[in-house]
Design a protein around this ligand. Structure first.
Ligand code: TNX
Length: 481
């Protein structure tokens, strides 16, 4: 039986198999359905031209019944028999998710021919927000690297790429209103790398690439801390007006914007206005983490100003856990990460209508050491044990924050910080296999998940990672051979 990651809500294998040779793919007339037919051919390794004879894979939009009455727009039903295959979904997004399942089903029969096993899959995600946060500020990653990350995200049915675009070490997105941000602070990163930044055009193309894989990009400008790249480019953002020095270290929490300087609010309106205009998706992330040098009152007012500016620019607001200290408007998304901290502010925010996005560092921080001998992984000292594959897999989102009703949880987002990730090989060695585990936590019903089952299924993914030239960590408990 083929291995599926993430495991669908319902899978029933039946007898026989459908050979891929000669299979044609047919879909409805809309541009997107036709594009998806081509995506399907590509994923299955079929010839681009349709032949009219032989079996067909039919893609149909017809409001497929979700498993257990699920109404998610991503729900789909897939039926493969020896005579043909049908994929039905309520939306094109659902069709795309079903195609990624089909791609994973491909296997070889006894004669070595490529086939799809006969199967019925009824599927829908547990959470709509299944994310990965990628830090491109501490080390910069060129668009083609990000595209390869998006490819893996799509394979595991992730839906949100959160880009951490700014930090003390660099500003990674060119903005028309504030060109010095990238002219000055686009250069450099941690260590002696050259850094870099995305032009607005590259950012648009990345979003398009993601959108074709039904991944939404959520850009983050981190404020009011983690702002040395901004104050290095624009001295008017600090008292005294002198630009701060370039920073290429790992330390956090020392930098800040100052709410009461006259240039601060115009800066916020400019940069959040620009990013809102350039963003296809509905969210903008305002950061808000680790501001160690600002009083609670100024911090709270800053968060509310950033919230107002982003909302006025037409986007919804996400921010790191700390923003729960402010009087947040209902609907704000608060991203939980700091498992060592009191969660009372989170409970209060949720009681006030905030939504919770789960990124518990001891589970889904994918920059963390895998084990005690892992010399280059992130290390928070005695307060944080290493994060092996099983830690990323074996946890229950509903129970992650004590006293929070599961209804407030909108999703699960893994995060990878790049202080110690200087290149693509290291990036994938940290992402794989943990990204697949986080994806299954976010997609698969809790009742269907088990570590043993996952360990058996994820083992086969390594063949494809090798084929694609991606590095991965051979986590214990999985038979990677
Ligand atoms: C904490 S998690 C941070 C990041 C660091 C990370 C290192 C969070 C919201 N802030 O600035 O990169 O630790 O693991």
């Amino acid at each position: 039986m083929s291995s599926l990651v993430p495991l669908p809500a319902h899978v029933r294998t039946t007898d026989g198999s459908l050979p891929l040779a000669g299979l044609s793919v047919v879909a409805g007339p809309s541009d997107e359905e036709q594009r998806l037919a081509a995506v399907g051919r590509d994923l299955l390794g079929l010839a681009p031209a349709e032949s009219s004879e032989g079996a067909t894979l039919v893609l149909a939009l017809d409001g497929a019944a979700g498993p257990d009455g699920a109404r998610s727009p991503e729900r789909y039903t897939l039926e493969v028999t020896a005579a043909g295959a049908a994929l039905t979904a309520a939306t094109t997004e659902g069709l795309f998710r079903g195609l990624t399942t089909l791609a994973q089903l491909v296997t070889a029969d006894d004669e070595g021919r490529a086939v799809l096993p006969a199967v019925v899959v009824q599927d829908a995600p547990r959470y709509a927000w299944r994310g990965l946060s990628l830090d491109v500020a501490r080390h910069f990653f060129e668009p083609d690297v990000v595209e390869r990350v998006i490819d893996e995200m799509a394979r595991y049915k992730l839906s949100v790429l959160h880009l951490h675009l700014t930090d003390d070490q660099g500003w990674r997105l060119e903005l028309p209103s504030r060109p010095l941000l990238t002219e000055i602070s686009g250069k450099g990163e941690i260590g002696d790398g050259v850094g870099g930044f995305y032009t607005l055009d590259e950012f648009r193309r990345l979003q398009q690439y993601a959108a074709e894989r039904y991944v939404q990009v959520v850009p983050e400008f981190d404020m009011p801390g983690h702002t040395n790249a901004a104050t290095h480019a624009y001295g008017e953002l600090v008292p005294g007006g002198e630009p701060t020095a370039r920073f290429g270290g790992e330390e956090v929490g020392f930098s800040k914007l100052s709410l009461d300087l006259p240039e601060t609010e115009p800066f916020l309106r400019d940069v959040f206005g620009d990013i809102a205009a350039a963003t296809l998706g509905e969210y903008v992330h305002i950061g808000g983490d680790e501001v160690f040098t600002m009083g609670a009152d100024e911090y709270g007012r800053f968060v509310l100003l950033a919230h107002e500016v982003v909302t006025a620019a037409g986007k919804k607001v996400v921010g790191w856990q700390e923003i729960a200290e402010a009087e947040l408007p209902a609907g704000t998304v608060v991203q939980y990460w700091e498992v060592r901290k009191d969660t009372a502010p989170l409970r209060r925010a949720v009681a006030g209508g905030a939504k919770l996005l789960l990124s518990p560092a001891d589970r889904v921080y994918l920059d963390m050491k895998y084990d005690a001998d892992d010399a280059t992984g992130q290390d928070w000292g005695a307060s944080m044990p290493p994060v092996e594959l099983r830690d990323t897999y074996d946890w229950e989102p509903d129970a992650a924050v004590e006293g929070i009703d599961g209804d407030a949880v909108i999703g699960v987002e893994a995060a990878i910080w790049s202080e110690r990730i200087p290149d693509e090989d290291t990036l994938f060695m940290r992402l794989l296999p943990r990204l697949a585990a986080s994806a299954e936590v976010a997609w698969t019903p809790a009742s269907s998940r088990s570590w043993e089952g996952f360990a058996g299924r994820v083992a086969r993914e390594s063949a494809r990672w090798r084929e694609r030239g991606l590095t991965f960590h051979a986590s214990p408990g999985v038979d990677w051979a």
